[in-house]
Design a protein around this ligand. Sequence first.
Ligand code: ADP
Ligand code: MG
Length: 346
Amino acid sequence: MLRTIFKRSSISLLLFYLVACSPENEIKEYSLTGQTMGTVYNIKLVNKSLDEKLLSEISVAIDSSLKQVNQKMSTYITESEISLFNNHYDTTVFTISSEFSQVIKEAQRVNQISSGAFDITVNPLVNLWGFGSKSDMRKMPSDIQIKAIFKIIGSEHIKFVDENTLKKDIPELEIDLSAIAKGYGVDVVVGVLNKFNQDNFMVEIGGEVFTRGKNIINEKWKIGIDKPKYLALPGQDLQNILSISNVGLATSGDYRNYFEFDGKIYSHTINPKTGKPVTHNLASVTIVAPNCMQADALATAVLVMGIEDGLKLLESLENVEGYFLARISLSEFEEVLTSGFDKYLN
Ligand code: ADP
Ligand code: MG
């Protein structure tokens, strides 16, 4: 997983280049990379020769769709839909786009099934701990500060009046979609590639992934799972390699975005019940699900819930599997898998 903050920058490097080609059948792999949501995206397309005009059309469509996602869901853009909602210090109705509605609905569903572990209203806590758009440094808040914030959080305070209308019942309520929007962005790009009739591709935004069809060597796509080591770079030290196709995959971890205080590590995933970063030894959770938005939200939910409750939740869900890495020492990790995860391990 890359660093996951959801910043303003959305300058995309529109760059399709040929990465590999398989001479027997003239299948080629094209790669597109750029920046969105404060992180990097990587797209690989496997196909027979694609002409330059088509490649350029695809890249323009992807870039514009990601800009739209950012414009709706980034708290780093003052006039984004989410910022307008957060600044609507009122309990009157607020009209939302259908895309925003889709993401909030999924967030609320995951909040319910995770018994509140996933909660997009934790934004004031995220900022208090120094991980949000309104904070410039990581810091230790006091218990009094945390307690005060409990009054203005809770997903039950957001209500759908109808499909495209939301209502807060606490004016100060704010939301943060960082734990679900990258997954949603991946699904949006998948939609664009489907429209262009692409059958073999891998889409990745900041470590959240969806793959379709086969890779350049006609196998399922191979996705590496990092060892959740503090300070290691993505891909530097892999714990495992998964073979996946036609599913979304997301990893949440405590090892990329964190700070240290008095010898203790505090990471950016907040337990809404304690108001504090999660403290157990679960270092990373990887979820495979039918789409990436679901995988993304569930990965954060399960990281909050811990191994036992997380396993119970995942086993109760259809077509969802999970892979947990529990920290034994700084460089040793124990793997815990849901009952159907084996099929993704080569
Ligand atoms: P990771 O890849 O580790 O899951 P994400 O960026 O996807 O990282 O999600 C973490 C972000 O989600 C945090 O930086 C914060 O903005 C937000 N967040 C933290 N705790 C929760 C929670 N319990 N429920 C929903 N969102 C959360
Ligand atoms: Mg995530």
